[in-house]
Write a protein that binds this ligand. Structure first.
Ligand SMILES: NC(=O)c1ccc[n+]([C@@H]2O[C@H](COP(=O)([O-])OP(=O)(O)OC[C@H]3O[C@@H](n4cnc5c(N)ncnc54)[C@H](O)[C@@H]3O)[C@@H](O)[C@H]2O)c1
Length: 376
């Protein structure tokens, strides 16, 4: 059983999803939580029956060495809070993005390296069953050598959704103002970028564009791009088209095109989503990708699932569990410091592309993710 201690900073919408997810890891103890909004802190801690800390420093002081501090604050606070965690000598798991500027991300990375600490960043769905099954199928060359990948993270026309009704389990509203100001690329590109970097390693070059296609998003000021498209050139070969938007119809599929056919996953946010292989064949004068895909199965132990629907069907605790397991096993963490830095650099390159500055060579590097099985 994976064991360890965790403190939680930021008790908003996503914190409830983490708390539900931690129930799949009974050996992980949540020692308490901190939020700079006292009412939110109280409501969250009352709901989950958790101790409350009066300050960030109290919270970090309560965490024993070898524990993990979990940063679930808004993206604008990520750098400051992540730095405080590392300065206090703790391993840090940050919600995405690691930092809003690459210079800040580099400061965090250098600090973690210098102090021998783990710095991991969400999303952790890359450790889930669907991503691991897809990676296994790619390694096994089920579709032959991979030539091209299309990955879509289109969420539908989000500003017209009944956003005021979206509440977390303990009553936190979905923070749509912050989401529109941070933008869907920083919020969501990582869901497939993490899978892709895990499979193929370093992105050598990004050629991207980003734009605001919705002029008014519920009257929110200072909003970020709500659409982006990127072509990613991986050092190891394949070329990827990655799309993010909160305007185009909902589509979260990834299609991995090889010489023998196509591997397809239709849902990015469902850890148990099916991975299917659609074999390509000739039928008289036609070329067909089989409409009936053959389901791929993971050979290793399946990571625990939360058994809920939509975004809530991701197990948000997999990343922290992986860090604690890596500590106990004295091995490198699959969500490595290099992984977090590279993910951040590629994501920022796409977000900041605009109409003119979208072609850039990446400075950070990251090997493909090691294939470590989940503990039975
Ligand atoms: N909302 C989602 O569906 C979702 C899903 C996955 C990941 N995330 C990520 O989770 C993070 C948090 O998102 P959220 O939706 O929970 O936001 P939220 O606004 O609901 O909650 C953030 C909480 O952090 C607190 N906070 C902010 N700065 C702080 C600081 N300096 N010190 C202490 N507390 C601070 C706020 O008071 C708030 O309660 C973001 O990085 C987001 O990208 C959100």
């Amino acid at each position: 059983m994976i064991k360890g201690d965790v403190v939680l900073i930021g008790c908003g919408f996503v914190a409830d999803l983490y708390m539900r997810s931690f129930q799949t890891f009974p050996g992980i103890r949540i020692l308490g939580a901190y939020d700079h909004a006292p009412a939110r802190l109280q409501r969250f801690c009352d709901y989950w029956d958790l101790p409350r800390f009066a300050s960030l420093s109290d919270c970090l002081a309560a965490l024993p060495q070898g524990g993990v501090a979990l940063n679930l604050t808004n993206p604008s606070a990520h750098f400051v809070v992540n730095k405080a965690i590392l300065d206090a000598g703790h391993h840090c798991y940050s919600e995405k993005p690691l930092a809003l500027e690459m210079t800040e991300a580099k400061v965090l990375y250098d600090l973690a390296q210098a102090r021998g600490l783990m710095l991991s960043s969400a999303p952790c769905s890359v450790l889930g069953e669907a991503a691991q099954t897809l990676a296994q199928a790619v390694r096994d060359k089920v579709a032959g050598p991979v030539r091209l990948i299309y990955a879509e993270l289109d969420d539908g026309f989000i500003p017209q959704a009944p956003l005021e009704d979206w509440k977390s389990e303990s009553g936190a509203p979905w923070p749509f103002e912050d989401e529109f100001q941070v933008g869907c690329t920083l919020e969501h590109a990582g869901y497939y970028l993490s899978w892709l970097i895990a499979m193929f390693g370093t992105v050598r070059r990004v050629v991207a564009a980003s734009a605001e296609v919705l002029p008014d998003k519920r009257g929110v000021a200072d909003t970020a791009p709500d659409f982006s498209v990127a072509t990613l050139f991986f050092e190891a070969g394949p070329v990827v088209r990655l799309t993010c938007s909160i305007a185009a119809p909902h589509d979260h599929q990834i299609r991995v095109v090889g010489d023998k056919g196509v591997l397809v996953v239709k849902q990015a946010w469902h850890n148990g989503a099916a991975v299917r292989f659609h074999r390509r064949f000739r039928l008289r004068r036609r070329l067909i990708d089989s409409p009936l895909g053959r389901r791929q199965r993971l050979r290793e132990v399946t990571p625990p699932k939360v058994g809920r629907r939509g975004a809530a069907s991701m197990n948000f605790a997999l990343g922290v569990a992986e860090m604690l397991a890596a500590l106990v096993d004295d091995r490198g963490c699959r969500l490595s410091n290099e992984f977090a830095l590279h993910l951040n650099e590629v994501t920022l390159a796409i977000q900041n592309a605009g109409e003119t500055s979208g072609a850039c060579t990446m400075t950070s590097r990251c090997p493909p993710m090691a294939t470590v099985g989940w503990p039975a």
